[in-house]
Design a protein around this ligand. Structure first.
Ligand code: PMV
Length: 333
């Protein structure tokens, strides 16, 4: 038997950083996917083949505590911890230990803040659980994905695996999730090509907060209000063009506030302004900043905005919100 599953990347639409201070955030799944194929093997080992994970190819076998590197490339090794923990958790859940070969391909750049680790964990959980005959709900998959992140990273809000498992839009506040109604958003993601450290950026904001709470607190409060307003617009019955225009404005405000916190970079700002100049209704950092990605809302202007991002030195990705989270693509008996 062979199962192919896929899970999407995510962007934080609004509320990164302020979410760390108990304010709400809104994230969405986007139409870029990681594909995981799982099948039984005869040698009893867990074998992971990461053939195209947007870092150079890597094949590794695990048996007991031994790891066999068949090719060896740095960044990809991190991805494998997520895959390995995901397989272990599903086997525990199913109470079955079998030799399984898992092979991964991905459209999601690693280390860009697009949730590539959560997507690989969720797709692995989806493929291996199906292979072992476990029927898990979206919520159960999200919970297992969150446990994988906790095991590998030590800490996690659970936003990434939840959105990757369930898809669409997710409003998050202090540990509780609300699935918002779906709407099409024509967006362009711009990758700076470098990645900031989420841990360091969160610590940097914390330091500024402690040095001048009277100034930072109102910024965080405004960011929370931006998210409240965005939620109101997303669930409203307003015409699409009005919704786009208002969301674009909120994106610009949220970007300015993030810039005030010091998490933007020259490159991120250049991509944001290039996108706006090319006709985007709004553009902002998505994720921790310090590198990573921005995104722009660009109805009818996605190609122009993608070109502008490219000229400004970024990697553009034209995409849209993915209604679906984890998807079982194929089951071959
Ligand atoms: O680096 P990303 O895309 O996973 O985003 C981090 C979001 C922060 O709010 C900066 C940190 C957090 O844990 O919520």
């Amino acid at each position: 038997m062979r199962v192919l599953a896929s899970a999407p990347a995510k962007i934080i639409l609004f509320g990164e950083h302020s979410v760390v201070y108990g304010k709400p955030a809104i994230a969405a799944a986007i139409d870029m996917r990681t594909y995981v194929r799982a099948e039984f093997n005869k040698n009893g080992r867990i074998r992971i083949e990461a053939r195209d994970i947007k870092t150079p190819g890597l094949t590794v076998s695990f048996s007991e505590d031994q790891i066999y590197f068949e090719t060896d490339y740095g960044k990809a090794a991190e991805v494998l911890s997520y895959v390995r923990e995901a397989i272990n958790l599903v086997m525990e859940e199913a109470d079955r230990q079998k030799g399984v070969t898992v092979s991964i391909t991905s459209q999601i750049p690693v280390g860009a803040g697009l949730g590539s680790s959560a997507a690989v964990a969720v797709a692995t959980i989806g493929a291996v659980s199906k292979l072992l005959g476990l029927e898990l709900s979206g919520e159960e998959i999200a919970r297992l994905g969150h446990r994988v992140e906790l095991l590998v990273q030590g800490a996690s809000s659970g936003i990434d695996p939840t959105i990757s498992a369930i898809g669409g839009f997710l409003h998050y506040k202090r540990g509780s999730f609300e699935h918002l109604p779906f709407m099409e958003l024509p967006i362009v993601v711009g990758y700076t090509g470098s990645s900031g450290s989420t841990k360091e950026l969160v610590a940097m904001v914390r330091e500024t907060y402690e040095e001048m709470p009277d100034i930072i607190e109102p910024i965080l409060l405004s960011m929370g209000k931006v998210v409240d307003k965005a939620r109101e617009i997303l669930i409203s019955e307003l015409d699409e063009d009005i919704r786009f225009r208002l969301l674009g404005k909120l994106m610009n405000i949220n970007h300015g506030l993030l810039d005030a916190l010091g998490v933007s970079t020259k490159k991120l700002s250049e991509l944001v302004y290039a996108a706006k100049t090319a006709g985007a209704l709004g553009a902002k950092i998505t994720g921790a900043g310090g590198g990573g990605c921005m995104y722009a809302l660009a109805p009818g202007k996605q190609n122009e905005v993608a070109t502008a991002i490219k000229i400004a030195g970024g990697v553009p990705m034209i995409t849209r919100i993915s209604r679906e989270g984890l998807r079982i693509e194929e089951v071959v008996k």
